[in-house]
Design a protein around this ligand. Structure first.
Ligand code: AMP
Length: 115
């Protein structure tokens, strides 16, 4: 656990969150400032600073993030109409919390252009 990491503190139960999924390796909870009717963050329990820190051999972890997001999209009822998955990486990528997280966003029409 990284002491100053807000998401590590959520994993540790030190900061409350609206958890929608958890298993031994991952946690998913609702974004505190949702950008759409459904806005969930999926994170590994272990502290990985960003997608840029992923290494060869972590394919399973990276893939699980997407599978969990897809399963949650179905559970949230947004799979049929569509949804968006986003990983911001680093400062120019718009990453604010330095703990790898996948945004699952849906429940409204997304702007087609990115950025
Ligand atoms: P990013 O810009 O990709 O780093 O996104 C970080 C996200 O974390 C933002 O959408 C924030 O609203 C969200 N966030 C920050 N603190 C919390 C928290 N305590 N609980 C839930 N979501 C949070």
């Amino acid at each position: 656990m990284a002491e100053e990491c807000i998401f590590c503190r959520i994993v540790a139960g030190e900061i409350p969150s609206d958890i929608v999924y958890q298993d031994g390796d991952f946690l998913a909870f609702r974004d505190i400032m949702p950008k759409a009717p459904t806005h969930v963050l999926i994170i590994p329990r272990t502290h990985i600073t960003s997608a840029a820190e992923l290494t060869e051999g972590q394919e399973k972890l990276a893939g699980r993030l997407i599978i969990i997001a897809k399963n949650l999209a179905e559970k949230e009822g947004i799979a049929e109409n569509g949804f968006r998955l986003v990983i911001n990486c680093g400062s120019e990528g718009g990453q604010i919390v330095p703990h790898l997280h996948l945004h699952l966003i849906g429940g409204r029409q997304m702007d087609a252009k990115l950025g």
